[in-house]
Design a protein around this ligand. Structure first.
Ligand SMILES: C[S@@+](CC[C@H](N)C(=O)[O-])C[C@H]1O[C@@H](n2cnc3c(N)ncnc32)[C@H](O)[C@@H]1O
Length: 222
Protein backbone atom coordinates (compact mmCIF):
# COMPACT_ATOMS: atom_id res chain seq x y z
CA UNK A 1 0.00 0.00 0.00
CA UNK A 2 2.75 2.44 1.06
CA UNK A 3 4.95 1.29 -1.84
CA UNK A 4 2.05 1.64 -4.31
CA UNK A 5 1.49 5.23 -3.12
CA UNK A 6 5.21 5.98 -3.45
CA UNK A 7 5.24 4.61 -6.99
CA UNK A 8 2.20 6.75 -7.88
CA UNK A 9 3.95 9.87 -6.56
CA UNK A 10 7.12 9.06 -8.50
CA UNK A 11 5.13 8.46 -11.69
CA UNK A 12 3.43 11.85 -11.23
CA UNK A 13 6.76 13.57 -10.62
CA UNK A 14 8.17 11.99 -13.78
CA UNK A 15 5.12 13.08 -15.77
CA UNK A 16 5.43 16.67 -14.49
CA UNK A 17 9.10 16.90 -15.41
CA UNK A 18 8.56 15.17 -18.74
CA UNK A 19 5.98 17.84 -19.56
CA UNK A 20 8.29 20.64 -18.47
CA UNK A 21 11.39 19.45 -20.32
CA UNK A 22 9.39 18.17 -23.30
CA UNK A 23 7.78 21.61 -23.74
CA UNK A 24 11.18 23.30 -24.08
CA UNK A 25 10.45 25.39 -20.95
CA UNK A 26 13.12 23.70 -18.82
CA UNK A 27 15.39 26.02 -16.84
CA UNK A 28 17.95 27.99 -18.82
CA UNK A 29 21.21 28.83 -17.09
CA UNK A 30 24.35 30.73 -18.00
CA UNK A 31 27.01 28.08 -18.59
CA UNK A 32 29.76 30.56 -17.67
CA UNK A 33 28.13 31.29 -14.29
CA UNK A 34 27.47 27.62 -13.54
CA UNK A 35 31.03 26.66 -14.52
CA UNK A 36 32.53 29.34 -12.29
CA UNK A 37 30.38 28.35 -9.28
CA UNK A 38 30.99 24.64 -9.82
CA UNK A 39 34.73 25.21 -10.01
CA UNK A 40 35.01 27.55 -7.01
CA UNK A 41 32.33 26.22 -4.65
CA UNK A 42 32.16 22.48 -5.40
CA UNK A 43 35.31 21.18 -7.10
CA UNK A 44 38.11 23.31 -5.61
CA UNK A 45 37.05 22.62 -1.98
CA UNK A 46 37.32 18.88 -2.64
CA UNK A 47 40.83 19.10 -4.09
CA UNK A 48 39.74 16.56 -6.70
CA UNK A 49 40.92 16.91 -10.28
CA UNK A 50 39.59 13.63 -11.68
CA UNK A 51 37.52 10.59 -10.74
CA UNK A 52 33.91 9.46 -10.91
CA UNK A 53 31.09 11.93 -10.27
CA UNK A 54 27.37 11.26 -10.07
CA UNK A 55 24.85 14.07 -10.43
CA UNK A 56 21.48 13.04 -8.97
CA UNK A 57 18.48 14.87 -10.38
CA UNK A 58 20.56 16.14 -13.31
CA UNK A 59 17.57 17.41 -15.31
CA UNK A 60 18.77 18.29 -18.81
CA UNK A 61 22.41 17.66 -17.98
CA UNK A 62 24.10 21.06 -17.92
CA UNK A 63 25.82 20.59 -14.55
CA UNK A 64 26.83 17.04 -15.43
CA UNK A 65 28.51 18.33 -18.57
CA UNK A 66 30.29 21.01 -16.52
CA UNK A 67 31.62 18.36 -14.16
CA UNK A 68 32.93 16.51 -17.19
CA UNK A 69 34.56 19.73 -18.48
CA UNK A 70 36.26 20.05 -15.08
CA UNK A 71 37.97 16.70 -15.54
CA UNK A 72 35.60 14.06 -14.15
CA UNK A 73 34.01 10.94 -15.54
CA UNK A 74 30.51 12.28 -15.09
CA UNK A 75 27.22 10.43 -14.88
CA UNK A 76 23.85 12.21 -14.73
CA UNK A 77 20.85 10.45 -13.23
CA UNK A 78 17.29 11.72 -13.53
CA UNK A 79 13.73 10.47 -13.32
CA UNK A 80 12.61 12.35 -16.41
CA UNK A 81 12.73 10.58 -19.77
CA UNK A 82 12.59 13.96 -21.53
CA UNK A 83 15.29 15.45 -19.31
CA UNK A 84 17.66 12.57 -20.02
CA UNK A 85 16.79 12.66 -23.73
CA UNK A 86 17.79 16.34 -23.91
CA UNK A 87 20.91 15.70 -21.81
CA UNK A 88 22.02 12.94 -24.20
CA UNK A 89 21.39 15.18 -27.23
CA UNK A 90 23.12 18.24 -25.78
CA UNK A 91 26.04 16.67 -23.91
CA UNK A 92 26.66 13.23 -25.40
CA UNK A 93 30.13 13.02 -23.85
CA UNK A 94 28.61 12.21 -20.42
CA UNK A 95 26.93 9.03 -19.19
CA UNK A 96 23.25 9.12 -18.19
CA UNK A 97 20.76 6.93 -16.44
CA UNK A 98 17.02 7.52 -16.49
CA UNK A 99 15.19 6.24 -13.45
CA UNK A 100 14.27 6.72 -9.82
CA UNK A 101 17.38 7.64 -7.84
CA UNK A 102 16.23 5.50 -4.92
CA UNK A 103 17.48 2.57 -7.03
CA UNK A 104 21.09 3.69 -7.58
CA UNK A 105 22.22 0.64 -5.61
CA UNK A 106 20.95 -1.59 -8.41
CA UNK A 107 23.48 -0.02 -10.78
CA UNK A 108 26.48 1.15 -8.78
CA UNK A 109 28.41 -0.53 -5.98
CA UNK A 110 28.98 1.14 -2.65
CA UNK A 111 31.96 3.53 -2.36
CA UNK A 112 32.14 3.97 -6.15
CA UNK A 113 31.98 7.75 -6.56
CA UNK A 114 34.55 10.37 -5.64
CA UNK A 115 31.78 12.96 -5.58
CA UNK A 116 27.99 12.81 -5.56
CA UNK A 117 26.39 16.14 -6.41
CA UNK A 118 22.77 17.28 -6.26
CA UNK A 119 21.52 20.64 -7.48
CA UNK A 120 17.96 21.49 -6.52
CA UNK A 121 17.09 17.80 -6.70
CA UNK A 122 13.46 17.46 -5.61
CA UNK A 123 14.21 15.51 -2.42
CA UNK A 124 15.81 18.58 -0.85
CA UNK A 125 12.84 20.92 -1.35
CA UNK A 126 10.48 19.27 1.14
CA UNK A 127 10.82 17.97 4.71
CA UNK A 128 14.32 16.65 5.32
CA UNK A 129 13.75 14.80 8.58
CA UNK A 130 11.41 11.97 7.60
CA UNK A 131 9.14 10.69 4.81
CA UNK A 132 8.19 13.79 2.84
CA UNK A 133 5.00 14.73 0.97
CA UNK A 134 6.38 12.95 -2.10
CA UNK A 135 6.66 9.68 -0.13
CA UNK A 136 10.46 9.89 -0.13
CA UNK A 137 12.17 9.01 3.14
CA UNK A 138 14.85 11.67 2.83
CA UNK A 139 17.19 10.55 5.66
CA UNK A 140 17.08 6.99 4.30
CA UNK A 141 17.76 8.12 0.72
CA UNK A 142 20.58 10.46 1.75
CA UNK A 143 22.11 7.57 3.70
CA UNK A 144 21.95 5.50 0.50
CA UNK A 145 23.60 8.29 -1.53
CA UNK A 146 26.47 8.50 0.97
CA UNK A 147 26.98 4.75 0.71
CA UNK A 148 27.94 5.28 -2.95
CA UNK A 149 30.61 7.84 -1.99
CA UNK A 150 34.14 6.56 -1.38
CA UNK A 151 35.47 6.90 2.15
CA UNK A 152 37.10 10.34 2.15
CA UNK A 153 35.06 11.26 -0.93
CA UNK A 154 32.51 14.07 -1.13
CA UNK A 155 28.81 14.85 -1.26
CA UNK A 156 27.84 18.32 -2.50
CA UNK A 157 24.39 19.83 -2.24
CA UNK A 158 23.43 23.00 -4.09
CA UNK A 159 19.94 24.07 -3.11
CA UNK A 160 17.69 27.09 -3.29
CA UNK A 161 16.78 28.45 0.13
CA UNK A 162 16.49 31.75 1.97
CA UNK A 163 17.46 29.96 5.23
CA UNK A 164 14.28 31.11 7.04
CA UNK A 165 12.80 27.64 7.51
CA UNK A 166 9.52 28.84 5.98
CA UNK A 167 6.97 26.71 4.17
CA UNK A 168 5.42 28.14 1.02
CA UNK A 169 1.72 27.21 0.96
CA UNK A 170 1.33 27.82 -2.75
CA UNK A 171 4.27 25.78 -4.03
CA UNK A 172 4.49 23.47 -0.97
CA UNK A 173 8.25 24.04 -1.00
CA UNK A 174 10.33 24.43 2.15
CA UNK A 175 13.14 26.95 2.47
CA UNK A 176 15.25 25.26 5.08
CA UNK A 177 17.39 26.79 7.79
CA UNK A 178 21.10 25.95 7.70
CA UNK A 179 20.67 23.74 10.80
CA UNK A 180 18.21 21.50 8.91
CA UNK A 181 20.79 20.74 6.21
CA UNK A 182 23.44 20.22 8.87
CA UNK A 183 21.23 17.77 10.78
CA UNK A 184 20.83 15.79 7.55
CA UNK A 185 24.46 15.82 6.38
CA UNK A 186 26.77 16.05 9.38
CA UNK A 187 26.24 12.44 10.51
CA UNK A 188 28.28 11.45 7.44
CA UNK A 189 31.35 13.61 7.75
CA UNK A 190 32.63 17.17 7.98
CA UNK A 191 31.77 20.29 6.04
CA UNK A 192 34.70 21.42 3.92
CA UNK A 193 33.00 24.38 2.27
CA UNK A 194 29.79 26.42 2.41
CA UNK A 195 28.80 29.30 0.17
CA UNK A 196 25.74 30.99 -1.21
CA UNK A 197 24.87 30.84 -4.91
CA UNK A 198 26.92 33.96 -5.50
CA UNK A 199 29.98 32.13 -4.23
CA UNK A 200 30.12 34.13 -0.97
CA UNK A 201 31.42 32.01 1.93
CA UNK A 202 29.02 31.03 4.70
CA UNK A 203 30.61 30.09 8.01
CA UNK A 204 27.47 29.60 10.13
CA UNK A 205 23.83 30.58 10.68
CA UNK A 206 24.81 34.17 11.46
CA UNK A 207 26.01 34.55 7.84
CA UNK A 208 22.79 33.29 6.29
CA UNK A 209 20.51 36.28 6.82
CA UNK A 210 19.63 37.75 3.44
CA UNK A 211 21.67 35.11 1.60
CA UNK A 212 20.28 33.26 -1.38
CA UNK A 213 20.90 29.54 -1.82
CA UNK A 214 23.35 27.12 -0.26
CA UNK A 215 26.24 25.15 -1.73
CA UNK A 216 27.64 22.79 0.89
CA UNK A 217 30.39 20.23 0.40
CA UNK A 218 30.75 17.41 2.92
CA UNK A 219 33.71 15.03 3.09
CA UNK A 220 32.64 11.54 4.05
CA UNK A 221 34.33 10.15 7.15
CA UNK A 222 36.83 7.36 6.55
C1 LIG B 1 14.08 21.28 -9.69
S1 LIG B 1 14.66 20.08 -10.86
C2 LIG B 1 16.40 20.44 -10.91
C3 LIG B 1 17.08 19.94 -12.15
C4 LIG B 1 18.53 20.35 -12.31
N1 LIG B 1 19.38 19.74 -11.32
C5 LIG B 1 18.66 21.85 -12.26
O1 LIG B 1 19.33 22.36 -11.37
O2 LIG B 1 18.09 22.50 -13.14
C6 LIG B 1 14.55 18.58 -9.93
C7 LIG B 1 15.01 17.36 -10.70
O3 LIG B 1 14.99 16.24 -9.81
C8 LIG B 1 14.55 15.11 -10.57
N2 LIG B 1 14.03 14.08 -9.66
C9 LIG B 1 12.99 14.19 -8.80
N3 LIG B 1 12.78 13.04 -8.16
C10 LIG B 1 13.71 12.17 -8.63
C11 LIG B 1 14.01 10.81 -8.37
N4 LIG B 1 13.30 10.09 -7.49
N5 LIG B 1 15.03 10.24 -9.04
C12 LIG B 1 15.76 10.95 -9.93
N6 LIG B 1 15.52 12.23 -10.22
C13 LIG B 1 14.51 12.85 -9.58
C14 LIG B 1 13.49 15.68 -11.49
O4 LIG B 1 13.20 14.86 -12.59
C15 LIG B 1 14.11 17.03 -11.88
O5 LIG B 1 14.86 16.93 -13.06
Amino acid sequence: MVEARRQQKIAKKQQDYDELYGSGRGWKYSRAYCLDIMRRCVVQPTGLTSGWVLEVGCGEGLQTSILRELGFKAVGWDLSVEGIKHARERYPECGYIQGDATTIGLVYPERFFDLVYARNMSWFHYRLDRVNRESIDVPVEVDKLFRHVKDGGFFALQVTTDFTGRFDEETKLRFHALSEYMDLLLPYGKVVSMADWGGVTITGPEDCKGKNGLIVVVQKSK
